[in-house]
Write a protein that binds this ligand. Sequence first.
Ligand code: HXC
Length: 257
Amino acid sequence: MAYQSILVEQRGAVTLVTLNRPEALNALNGQILSELLDAMAAFDKDTSQGCAVITGSERAFAAGADIKEMQSQGFASMYGHDFFAGWDAFTRTRKPVIAAVAGYALGGGCELAMMCDFILAADNAKFGQPEIKLAVSPGMGGSQRLTRAVGKAKAMEMCLTGRMIDAAEAERAGLVARIVPAAGLVEEAMKTAATIAGMAPLAVLANKEMVNAAYETTLTQGVQFERRLFHALFGTADQKEGMTAFVEKRPGNWTGK
Ligand code: HXC
């Protein structure tokens, strides 16, 4: 598939996806969605790739779902086509995906960032769910993921007022993993992604799966799920290699088995 609205580049074991609709501040339309899903499916299947980074421009990660695309829609077409349900496929990516956010991450842009496994924020990043100003609401999971990330008080305030928060507030609230200077954002995200891609692949999948389980289960079920996956990793060759390498004071040499 030839992409028009995203750029995809492989650097070693890391896939860098850049949203590329500068004329609309990377507003997420149907085309970006289908291109992104295609790129993520290819990334997930490619055994040479261990981690992905999604970024936008220094001005905007993404300023939301494309308002011009939604403007004339009615209930029948939105509900009938289950508009936005396609984004669920993005969250089924099994390998880790980092959102490297500079500038605006608003509405669907904030929601896309939250669908990634964690967010690295540039110091100029701004996050918000301003849909209420358009007389609608988040529709790509924002009311749920934001509430789980920052708690009810801040999520409720942001959804009801549309107030944007800056990178420092987002970090204090637990929405972002770390803040880095805007000029070095992509480089730092690529470095972090390369670290992840350098880990034993099955352990990476298991760690992602068990952290995500914390959102979907009770504590008792989640702890049990973690323990079972932990046990399962002892069936891998890489566990033998990892622990032997530690004892022999050398780096592990992973086979992905
Ligand atoms: C379509 C968009 C857009 C969007 C910006 N643009 N955001 N087009 N959908 N979400 C376009 C503008 O129309 C403009 O195009 C160009 O990008 C540059 O934007 P400006 O507004 O001129 O830039 P600036 O003055 O710097 O303001 C930046 C901004 C503002 C604060 C980010 O663009 C803004 O408020 N955007 C909308 C943010 C928003 O409401 N997002 C939530 C969308 S709803 P032209 O052609 O005029 O140059 C959403 C819903 C999810 O995400 C689910 C429920 C429906």
